[in-house]
Design a protein around this ligand. Structure first.
Ligand code: DC
Length: 206
């Protein structure tokens, strides 16, 4: 049983995917962290973020790197992840790991951008979690302010729009809603309402 949860940055897909995995006792993989790890290692190496040769070498050897969770969550690493995610060889290097993860029993929830379209096109449940850019920026701002960061709403909205644009328009495995995905727009929903909608949808297919 595979549940694919795709959607743009900060729409709530991570929260929904974690809640689904907990509810059904499935394994959970946040596939964005794979791209974030590649982006973080590239930033740390002081190399060119667009260097596909180095990025691919890192992606093929990802288990060899150690990282701290908070390092992965910054906006700078998110932006770097979005750039390396546009390199076809990087995506190819991460594909088998994701597909093997998805095959685990009794089931798996994977969240990302291309799970329902490329990684697991045969997933039994596909959700596309979205929200307006303004709502997503507001949520991200609250998160960052809570962790003490000094950032403006405008700067975050700008980052989110830029990331959307890059993720939707890359040539390989762009962010897209699968034809058979159920759309959950969280703009007007509380966290609990969004989770309940996702569990209802997944439960009706299971
Ligand atoms: O979900 P996230 O914000 O942690 O993802 C960071 C970047 O990684 C995102 O902007 C695009 C890329 N990504 C991807 O291309 N495909 C995925 N399945 C997951 C993330």
């Amino acid at each position: 049983m595979i549940i694919a949860v795709d959607g743009p940055a900060a729409a709530g897909k991570g929260t929904i995917a974690r809640a689904l995995a907990q509810h059904f006792s499935y394994h959970h993989l946040d596939t964005g962290t794979l791209y974030r790890r590649v982006g973080l290692e590239l930033l740390k190496s002081d190399g060119d973020i667009h260097d596909s040769r180095v990025a691919t070498a890192i992606a093929r050897n990802l288990h060899a790197y150690a990282w701290l969770d908070y390092e992965l969550r910054t906006e700078a690493v998110g932006a770097a992840a979005s750039i390396v995610a546009g390199i076809p060889e990087v995506r190819a290097a991460l594909l088998d790991f994701q597909r093997n993860f998805a095959e685990q029993q009794p089931g798996a929830v994977l969240d990302g951008r291309d799970i329902g379209t490329v990684v697991c096109p045969h997933a039994e449940v596909k959700l596309f979690v979205t929200a307006s850019p303004e709502v997503r920026a507001k949520r991200r701002l609250a998160e960052l302010q809570e962790s003490g960061a000094d950032v403006s709403f405008e700067a975050i909205l700008h980052d989110i729009l830029q990331r959307d644009e890059r993720d939707r328009n890359r040539a390989v495995a762009p962010l897209a809603c699968a034809a058979d995905a159920v759309i959950i727009d969280t703009s007007e929903l509380t966290t609990d309402e969004a989770i309940a909608a996702a569990i209802r949808t997944a439960g009706s297919v299971r």
